[in-house]
Design a protein around this ligand. Structure first.
Ligand code: PRP
Ligand code: MN
Ligand code: MG
Length: 178
């Protein structure tokens, strides 16, 4: 275990099992719909990469980069699009892939924006859901794990851009971020 990690909240094995389960479910739901999976950079990269390889159906992927936090540690609710999609999503079945829903501000903005582009459907798949921190009424359509309000990193989630490469979800030691 990494020296900055207090405990492993979700192991590599647990992630693998849940992601495979979700991939299978999505393969049934989106069979014949050629979904467009949108990865929200950067946190969702490992989840997206593993999830799509468990979707045994035709699908496409695209990427968005948004900035909701600026330099603040808490979300302001203002979402800036840093990188937009490559193609039109009109009539497409869109699945937004996220690593975590915290306040929900990033996603509530994104969902509304993408719906406004006349997608056939816009759904959310998240690895982690932290409902205790929610500031807007938003719940994911698909979620792998509901977690308590702890400072978690790994499997895409960062603290100051570090720890994204850990293969598990770990709780960061207080002394690292205090
Ligand atoms: C984090 C996380 C989600 C978002 C969740 O991304 O990956 O995208 O915040 O927060 P919210 O529900 O309160 O809006 P971040 O902005 O840190 O960018 P990153 O993915 O590049 O780390
Ligand atoms: Mn993110
Ligand atoms: Mg981040």
């Amino acid at each position: 275990m990494h020296q900055d990690i207090k405990e492993i909240l979700i192991s590599e094995e647990q992630i693998k099992e849940k992601v495979a389960e979700l991939g299978k479910r999505l393969s049934e739901v989106y069979k014949d719909l050629n979904p467009l999976c949108i990865c929200v950079l950067k946190g969702a990269v490992p989840f997206m990469a593993d999830l799509i390889r468990k979707m045994e159906i035709p699908m496409e992927m695209d990427f968005m980069a948004v900035s909701s936090y600026g330099n603040a540690t808490t979300s302001s609710g203002v979402v800036r699009i840093l990188k937009d999609l490559e193609a039109s999503i009109e009539g497409r079945h869109v699945l937004i892939v996220e690593d975590i829903i915290d306040s929900g501000l990033t996603l509530s903005y994104l969902v509304e924006m993408l719906k406004g582009r006349n997608a056939a459907s816009v759904k959310i798949a998240t690895l982690l859901d932290k409902p205790d921190r929610r500031k807007v009424d938003l719940s994911p359509d698909y979620s792998c794990f509901t977690i308590p309000d702890a400072f978690v990193v790994g499997y895409g989630l960062d603290f100051a851009e570090k720890y994204r490469n850990l293969p598990y979800i770990g709780v960061l030691k207080e002394e690292v971020y205090q």
